[in-house]
Ligand binder design. Structure first.
Ligand code: ADP
Ligand code: MG
Length: 245
């Protein structure tokens, strides 16, 4: 089953396309790493995939339906770029944020015991049960990250999309975070991860899409590593970030 289908997708904010003629398919169970230099259209492409922007041309399907008709939002857990840095001063607790993930399931806003159990399970899966009553703005970047993941789990999302989720998260929490993503993926959740650290992506992702406005590579991680796509897409910009173990 394909989760996302793009065909010939082009989008421009102004004159110059930010995404040009991109065709690719994300299948159920994929862990797709989406990479490319700064300003190469990664965030824009993810927005297009999730129906947050409409393409100028081309077609987009989500879970087999035209994205414009898709209305099963709870199937998607989306953590936007810099979501971790944005503490804000919203007086909302971790449990409240995660509970929001259940609203789509709750009839007339009444949470059932099943809903409460789903919230507790999600908090436990990402290991933040002890933080349930803390306010979101009192958490570290990594803890906030887990809160958003827990919200997606509580909503029983089939697809997790994360845009540079570990910016501002310390190295140790980062490793733990990526192990969590791997285990969620092992449990069958499809993952799309935008990450600027190529090493992290090639270590964790099963498939790679490498873009610089156009798509330079889409396929399994091994064929990506063996190809010239990386140097071609990054050109002379010298922005490649390698992860050292
Ligand atoms: P990435 O996520 O790979 O850094 P983006 O998708 O954010 O790239 O941006 C792709 C291109 O589109 C860049 O040239 C960027 O400046 C431009 N861009 C992004 N968002 C907007 C916007 N809201 N309005 C105008 N241009 C934008
Ligand atoms: Mg971006």
């Amino acid at each position: 089953m394909s989760v996302i289908d793009l065909e010939g997708v082009t989008f421009a904010y102004g004159e110059q396309p930010a995404v040009e003629d991109v065709s690719l398919t994300v299948r159920e169970g994929d862990f797709l790493g989406l990479i490319g230099p700064n300003g190469s259209g990664k965030t824009t492409l993810l927005h297009l995939m999730l129906g947050l922007r409409n393409p100028d041309s081309g077609s987009i399907k989500l879970f087999g339906e035209p994205v414009s008709e898709f209305d099963d939002g709870e199937r998607i857990g989306y953590v936007s770029q810099q979501a971790t840095n944005r503490g804000g001063s919203m007086p909302v607790t971790v449990r409240e944020v995660v509970t929001m993930g259940r609203f789509a399931h709750a009839g007339h806003g009444q949470l059932t015991d099943d809903d409460r159990t789903a919230v507790d399970d999600a908090l436990q899966t990402v290991d933040i049960a002890d933080l349930a009553d803390r306010q979101l703005d009192q958490l570290s970047g990594g803890q906030r990250q887990r809160t958003y993941i827990a919200r997606a789990l509580a909503s029983e999302a089939d697809l997790l999309a994360l845009d540079e989720p570990t910016v501002g998260v310390d190295a140790e929490s980062r490793d733990e975070f990526y192990r969590l993503l791997e285990s969620l993926n092992d449990d069958g959740i499809t993952i799309i991860l935008i990450e600027h650290d190529i090493g992290v992506v090639t270590d964790r992702a099963t498939r790679i899409a490498c873009i610089n406005t156009e798509l330079y590579h889409h396929g399994d991680t091994k064929s990506f590593v063996e190809s010239d796509a990386l140097t071609e897409a990054y050109g002379k910009s010298g922005q490649v970030v390698h992860h050292h173990h």
